[in-house]
Ligand binder design. Sequence first.
Ligand SMILES: Cc1ncc(COP(=O)(O)O)c(C=O)c1O
Length: 380
Amino acid sequence: MIYLDNSATSFPKPPQVIAAVNEYMTKVGININRGTYSLSYLAEDLVYETRELLADFFNYENPDNVIFTRSVTESLNTLLFGLLKDGDHVVVSSLEHNAVMRPLNALKSRGISFDRAACDNDGNLDLADFIIKIQKNTRAVVMTHASNVCGTVLDLAAVGAICRANNIFFIVDTAQSAGSIPIDMKSLQADALAFTAHKGLLAPQGLGGFIVNDRLNAELKPFIYGGTGSISHLEEQPEFMPDKFESGTMNLPAIYGLNAALKYIKTTSLQQIYAHENKLTGLLLDGLQEINGISVIGRHDLLWRTACVSLTVSGKDMGEVAHDIGNSAGIMVRCGIHCSPSAHKALGTYPDGTIRISIGSFNNKQDIKACLDYFNALMK
Ligand SMILES: Cc1ncc(COP(=O)(O)O)c(C=O)c1O
């Protein structure tokens, strides 16, 4: 079997990650912030070290502002519901995932409105249109760093500079970029970065988080309230970080896994992971473009893109092709809308969607060749 659905979730995970989860499950197993025994302190230290690793990874100075959630979806909900009030306006790109679009549509009933900045057929953000969409009451800009449909990377440094100049909060969804391309919260001038552990960060599912700066945090209300293990004699939510946003028992097995994954990425080097994925993406793009009847959706070059490649197949049903490639060639890809109807409308592939081939750090040239062989045979 060949796994080429890494934009959905990365697989396999590094052995170090599996070992770390196993270590927690077999040798630690306890909760943190609630026990006075030494194992509890050991796990607490590891959780704090993971905050430090994340702060370092995304270039933010204060690990206390690194918050763990269940997913990037929960992080984005926390940021949007915690910040926005009646009368606020938001600008998003037209490539957003439903993790952004569904909360924003739900927030309409609370008097919050939004506009989409246009992206061209290759997914490149139209900065002039973005500027036009900013209104006097624009409180936040929320954008994905990279499209989960076509892999195009948005020029978020330019967006961040415009947000800062206009005193607008800038929130970045790094679901498709973290672990694949370097991300620097400072140079993007982002006020918050939302991340998920199970994709490019190579950790288990059920864990995500966000980093928020003090400027945005001062305006942010918690989304989930409950026990934190701290100031337990009070019935009010703590206001200090990270407890303000971390109610309920944490996913400690996944945090152990993420700790090992971040160390793995650091040792391997993100540049090397990027170079490897980029090289394979080049092979795939070159091969696909030689096949009659296959159209690559999004950028055809290797600039401003991740290793997520979408295509359409002329005269064939995309669902049937995706099913067949799995059954006959053992290749796992995804078809359809990928939870991003907005992106497909921008890219011209709505409502049929695309077949998405997403390369990960453990794929190799043979995987790409097998995939190209399948499409060559299909279109003969
Ligand atoms: C751009 C983007 N944002 C958000 C998400 C949601 O991720 P999760 O399911 O880990 O919350 C995804 C997942 O596919 C994504 O690609």
